[in-house]
Design a protein around this ligand. Structure first.
Ligand code: DGL
Length: 276
């Protein structure tokens, strides 16, 4: 197979959050090539309307398809909650039914059985994800006896996008939201960080949870699920390019992306600005 017959795997997020997923996927599947797209100019998505999130996500998918991606991971819970189903069922059949878009909510929920001890699950997510009820629906399907207690954290994404994950403002916001979740249900034993931006606040979340519950991030779960998907779909896997490269695109200023992304990833990146 020549270079032009193969394609990078697309990874999309509203901004920097998907980097936490990309990082875990690259650790698990380092041989593949990836094209990361952050819509930083329009982040955060989590406080936007259903219509906007769907429209922006569909535009991003079309853009990545035009760049050759045949498989895209929506590394964003808000877009997975609000846009994935419509894109899979309504848009892909019209655009090209051989293209695939996968989300992050289902792979996360699938693993809960092995993580919780008594089925009392907490969720931190964006207002959009919480309002969508997507986690409630998936949990009810897979683990009907579990109980989900959700708390929306409207400020966390903005804090991360502003590069302030280590600030006192971040600390105060996390402390307030952790206490608000335990006020709903003090016996929660497992907390899902159901927004891909939130792992950047993991240290602070763990500090304030202070051992009361296990805190679960999504990167490894999504990476494992992608590895399994590629194993089950050799016809797609064999068309994925394998030169270990990663290209970064952002709708925001490239220099700003480089600065923040390298902090998150721990190595230099050189993004290109794009518009769609
Ligand atoms: N990182 C995203 C998520 O997982 C989106 C956050 C946002 O843009 O509000 O929900």
């Amino acid at each position: 197979m020549t270079h032009s017959d193969t394609f990078p795997i697309g990874i999309f997020d509203s901004g920097y959050g998907g980097l936490t997923i990309l990082d875990a996927i690259r650790r698990r599947l380092p041989e593949y090539s990836y094209l990361y797209l952050g819509d930083n100019a329009r982040a955060p998505y989590g406080i936007r309307s259903f219509d906007e999130i769907y429209r922006f996500t569909l535009e991003a998918m079309r853009f990545l398809f035009d760049r050759g991606c045949r498989l895209v991971i929506l590394a964003c819970n808000t877009a997975s909650a609000k846009a994935l189903r419509s894109i899979q069922q309504k848009d892909l059949p019209k655009i090209d039914s051989s293209r695939r878009v996968l989300g992050v909510i289902r792979p996360t929920v699938e693993q809960l059985g092995g993580l919780t001890s008594d089925g009392r699950i907490g969720l931190f997510a964006t207002p959009g994800t919480v309002a969508s009820g997507s986690y409630d629906i998936e949990i009810a399907k897979l683990y009907p006896s579990f109980r989900l207690y959700s708390h929306a954290c409207p400020s966390w994404v903005e804090i991360v996008e502003a590069g302030k994950a280590d600030s006192d403002i971040a600390d105060e916001a996390v402390k307030t939201d952790v206490e608000a979740l335990f006020a709903i249900e003090p016996t929660i034993d497992t907390i899902i960080l159901g927004c891909t931006h939130y792992p950047l606040l993991l240290d602070k979340v763990e500090e304030h949870v202070a051992g009361r519950a296990k805190v679960v991030t999504q990167g490894q779960l999504v990476a494992e699920s992608l590895a399994d998907y590629l194993r089950r779909h050799p016809e797609i896997a064999e068309r994925c390019r394998r030169d270990g490269d990663v290209e970064f695109l952002t709708t925001g200023p490239a220099e700003r992306f480089d600065e923040n992304a390298s902090l998150f990833l721990g190595h230099e990146v050189a993004a290109k600005h794009c518009e769609f």
